[in-house]
Design a protein around this ligand. Structure first.
Ligand code: BGC
Length: 444
């Protein structure tokens, strides 16, 4: 098989998020987050599991960074827990929280691994939820101040910043479907949250520019490829709606063009906060890169009985443990689409990966399905680069098995296996395979 070479300086990395791996959610003065509260509410997560211990990364970060080094990772994407820094979300600072991330950052740099910091990956300080959380218009300032403080403390060493992880998921899975923290089911709140996320993102970018940080700032968006189930104009329109609503356009259209995608705006006008139009000029602000997360793809049919007129169906392809169909070509379509539609200066794949039912046999995990998944997706990323996408890096989700939100520990996404009883880490075959991709800077 032919080898597909990647550009020189391509950043091969892995990604994680604070609440999913750190554990010790209240240690050293940390305030509770909405995920701490939510997971401790009966009936919200798989078998009542919480992030209380998770991968104990809070105590084992050094060992985990050694593991990254052993794989040859060039970059590591992780998130900062807001309530470790500001236990109440604003006001009083917790130096011990700052210390923890200083240690992580310094250790990464010592090992020559570039830190990519996500400012927010869903763990809002619970104290801010108590005063309205993301649905409160003031959150743009709270978030802006928090981000500003991170730039002050870490901006000398961290050069790559991601404002928000998957704002769509936070807005809609957290506030409309109620499956994630804070567990609300209110479409008005969901669209208000999405709008406030954009305003908050914009405040962070403003702070970054005004501090004159020598680095790059972007945002990470969730995506699934949505193709029409037939060429009927109704199905084509339904697929377009699904794309504009749940993929990058909902956020990138405002950021790059100062307006919501047309069809979504028509649908959402009544749900968006009053006077939202006045914020749009401010939201439009140059960013340095776009972060793309991609896992799966589906087909979309017109369905007049659903509120947005869309119904998602499968192609009948093999699925991962999440029940998501494996559709690598959709990855290409999303990458090519974002470059063609918005022409960002740079693109990073900030998450791509799969959960499978991994088994340990004699201290090894033979996860051939994950290797196949990664190989096919990385090949599509290569194809995207050949076709002009300014893709600069790829971060596999995830470095290690972790707390998969409402699914608890039942789904394993890691290239490293975590035995939660002993906290032992075992490199899966996919980790070894990935290390080889990195060392060759190529995929077969
Ligand atoms: C999130 C991760 C999550 C992964 C797999 C993304 O939506 O950013 O936190 O674990 O997908 O579900």
């Amino acid at each position: 098989m032919a080898e597909k070479k990647f550009p020189k300086d391509f950043v091969w990395g892995s990604a994680t998020a604070s609440y999913q791996i750190e554990g010790s959610p209240l240690a050293d003065g940390t305030g509770p987050s909405i995920w701490h509260r939510f997971s401790h509410t009966p009936g919200t997560t798989h078998e009542g599991e919480t992030g209380d211990v998770a991968c104990d990364h809070y105590n084992r970060y050094k060992e985990d960074i050694k593991l990254m080094k052993s794989l040859g990772l060039k970059g590591y994407r992780f998130s900062i827990s807001w309530s470790r820094i500001f236990p109440n979300g604003k006001g009083k600072i917790n130096e011990k929280g700052v210390d923890f991330y200083n240690r992580v950052i310094d250790e990464l740099l010592k090992e020559n691994i570039t830190p990519f910091v996500t400012i927010y990956h869903w763990d809002l300080p619970a104290a801010l939820q108590d005063i309205g959380g993301w649905a409160n218009r003031d959150i743009a300032n709270w978030f802006g101040d928090y981000a500003d403080y991170l730039f002050q403390r870490f901006g000398d060493r961290v050069k790559h910043w991601i404002t928000l992880n998957e704002p769509w998921v936070m807005a809609f899975i957290g506030h409309m479907y109620g499956e994630h923290a804070p567990g609300m089911r209110d479409i008005y709140a969901a669209f208000t949250v999405a709008h406030n996320e954009l305003r908050a993102h914009s405040k962070a970018v403003e702070a970054f520019r005004s501090q004159g940080i020598n680095g790059k700032i972007g945002i990470t968006l969730s995506n699934g490829s949505h193709d029409p189930a037939s060429d009927s104009p109704q199905d084509v329109m339904a697929a377009k709606m699904a794309h504009e609503f749940s993929n990058y356009p909902l956020f990138l259209n405002p950021i790059f063009k100062g307006k919501y995608p047309e069809h979504i705006e028509n649908f959402a006008k009544e749900f968006l906060p009053k006077g939202y139009e006045k914020d749009m000029d401010d939201i439009k602000k140059a960013i340095d890169f776009v972060g793309i997360n991609y896992y799966s793809g589906d087909l979309v049919k017109a369905d007049p009985s659903s509120p947005m007129g869309i119904k998602v169906i499968g192609r009948g392809l093999p699925k991962t443990e999440m029940g998501w169909e494996i559709y690598p070509e959709g990855f290409y379509k999303i990458l090519k689409g974002v470059q063609d539609e918005y022409n960002p200066k740079e693109v990073y794949v900030t998450e791509n990966g799969a959960a499978f039912d991994d088994k340990v046999e004699n201290d090894a995990v033979h996860d051939q399905k994950r290797i196949d998944y990664l190989r096919e997706h990385i090949s599509q990323a290569h194809r995207a680069i050949e076709d002009g996408v300014k893709l600069k890096g790829y971060f596999v989700w995830s470095l290690m098995d972790n707390f998969e939100w409402a699914q608890g520990y039942s789904k394993r996404f890691g290239i490293t296996y975590v035995d939660y009883k002993t906290q032992k880490r075992i490199l899966k075959d996919s980790a070894k395979w990935y290390a080889n991709v990195i060392s060759k800077n190529a995929v077969e």
